[in-house]
Structure formats: structure tokens, C-alpha cells
Design a binder for this molecule. Structure first.
Ligand SMILES: [Zn+2]
Length: 174
């Protein structure tokens, strides 16, 4: 199960790759993309609050419809409801759903909510060992650091490649 490091970096990569104009608003767009990439996992709060008995994780917040909703809300706040920006921010949020769909070891994500609550997953071989030692707080902290660093090593280069490609494109156009 990917952690916020992976989701944030992937969301930022998607926003950086697609948003126009990027250079003048670079940090704002990267932060927005990272936040959108993490957003669907706020459904943990519904579990912690025991709303309707829990069981919310990987539910409606992990659907394509919810990603589009986040895209619409974000575009309205950041730049007016331009269709292109709704798609860009929707894709940044949807990157979370896609990554969980590809890698989750749970029963899957509610990809097509509200049409069906069925959970979908692809269960690709996972490059990161997400096994977690719950024997002590120290052991859990060590595993959290290990997993976060593994995600950083895989997903930070993706963001760097996107940023370098954008810079090359801008230099070429000028
Ligand atoms: Zn998730």
C-alpha cells in the first residue's frame, strides 16, 4: 500500500507535466498536485471517526468520479473552471487511484463508484516491501522510514525527469 511520499510525488509529477503555464506558478502547482495526490487517503479519517462503522478506506474517495470532483473543485479555486485545468487536477488526484489500483494488496479500490461499489485491483508485483513490523513503536518507525525512502528513490526521479523535460521544452520554445 503506497504511502503519502509516493502519492504526493506522483501527483506533483502529473500536475507538473500537464499544467499550463507551469514556470510562473511552479511551486503552487507542485504543492497542489502533491496535495491532490494524497487527498483520497483522507478517507482514513472516516474510519477513525467510526462513521457508519468504518470500512471507508479504498471506497468512494478512490474512484474516478471523486478524482474528477477534486479536479473541478481545485480548478475553480486555482484558476477558474477551465476544462483543461479540471482534467489536469483530476489526473493529479486520479494518479492516487491508479497507483492503489496497480499496487494494493487489499480487496481493491472502488474505481467506478457511484455506479458500482465493486473493488478493483491489478495486484502487480510490488517493487517495495510494504510488510510492517508492529512489534514495537521503534520497529514501526524504522519500517516507516525504510518504506518512505524506497518510495522516494522510485518516485522522486520521475518528478525530476518531468521537471527537466519541462525546462528543456521551455528553453527550446524561447
Ligand atoms: Zn489510497
Amino acid at each position: 500500500m503506497p504511502l503519502p511520499v509516493a502519492h504526493g510525488l506522483l501527483g506533483a509529477s502529473v500536475a507538473a507535466a500537464l499544467y499550463q503555464p507551469f514556470e510562473s506558478r511552479r511551486w503552487k502547482i507542485l504543492a497542489t498536485g502533491a496535495f491532490l495526490g494524497i487527498c483520497p487517503d483522507f478517507d482514513y479519517a472516516l474510519n477513525w471517526l467510526r462513521i457508519s462503522g468504518g470500512g471507508w478506506h479504498h471506497g468512494f474517495t478512490h474512484s474516478i468520479m471523486f478524482a474528477l470532483f477534486l479536479g473541478l473543485m481545485t480548478a475553480a479555486m486555482v484558476s477558474g473552471k477551465k476544462l483543461r485545468n479540471i482534467v489536469v487536477f483530476g489526473c493529479a488526484a486520479g494518479s492516487h487511484t491508479l497507483l492503489d489500483y496497480l499496487m494494493t494488496e487489499s480487496t481493491g479500490v472502488a474505481l467506478w463508484w457511484p455506479f458500482t461499489n465493486h473493488r478493483y485491483r491489478l495486484s502487480l508485483p510490488n517493487p517495495i516491501d510494504y510488510n510492517w513490523d508492529n512489534a514495537s513503536l521503534w520497529a514501526s518507525a524504522i519500517d516507516l522510514v525504510r518504506i518512505s525512502l524506497s518510495e522516494l528513490m522510485i518516485f522522486a526521479p520521475i518528478l525530476l525527469v518531468v521537471l527537466l523535460a519541462r525546462r528543456r521544452l521551455i528553453v527550446r520554445c524561447n
